[in-house]
Ligand binder design. Structure first.
Ligand code: URA
Length: 194
């Protein structure tokens, strides 16, 4: 137990150090001019077995400085419950840490900067067993491969030494309710992959 707590603390410190150079967010290379008022770094268990990666913060996330706290976040919370996962046990972040103007899709260079400057180090520090990408931007931005999310969702892949489970983005499910059963079936697979 003490060992586990130490590991948690170590990872927390490493994550804090990773975030530190971006605290002054307007001078960070992660900053996207327009509507961004904060860097949304991520939250959860620093020693999580499961890491969720979304696209970019929306309005609520930008205001609160926390990932997935708006409508998509509420759906994600319900899906986690359905999969018998506790939000505080997992780690949740986005590939892009600043809110793009008008919630537009992140540009290829924004995805690349988010990946190379921060996300890959977050993954290395947390060292999860499973990475779950939420939506197409996170999947293709992270892997730099042209996967089609409608074809590949729910099929485990390998990324570096990690199992990567591509999931639909909750916002897509809010717009396409018919896909909700597929989203839930996919998220239910997580525990079987641990
Ligand atoms: N959509 C995302 O991709 N990330 C969030 O944090 C919120 C909505």
């Amino acid at each position: 137990m003490v060992k586990a707590e130490n590991k948690n603390l170590e990872k927390e410190v490493l994550l804090k150090n990773l975030y530190a150079p971006h605290r002054d967010f307007k001078n960070s290379p992660l900053f996207i001019p327009g509507e961004c008022t904060s860097i949304v770094f991520g939250e959860g268990n620093p020693d999580a077995e499961i890491l969720f990666i979304g696209e970019a913060p929306g309005k609520m996330e930008d205001i609160e400085g926390r990932p997935f706290v708006g409508q998509s976040g509420r759906l994600l919370n319900r899906a986690l419950e359905f999969a018998e996962l506790k939000r505080e046990e997992v780690y949740i972040t986005n590939i892009v840490k600043c809110r793009p103007p008008n919630n537009r899709t992140p540009l290829p260079n924004e995805l690349a900067i988010g990946r190379d400057l921060l996300l890959l180090d977050q993954i290395r520090i947390i060292n999860p067993k499973i990475i779950c990408t939420l939506g197409s931007a996170a999947l293709t931005g992270l892997t730099q491969k042209g996967y089609s999310i409608t074809k590949i969702h729910g099929s485990p892949l390998t990324f570096l030494e990690y199992v990567l489970l591509p999931l639909y983005h909750p916002a897509y499910i809010l717009r396409n309710r018919r896909e909700a059963p597929n989203f839930l079936a996919d998220i239910k697979k997580i525990k079987t992959l641990l």
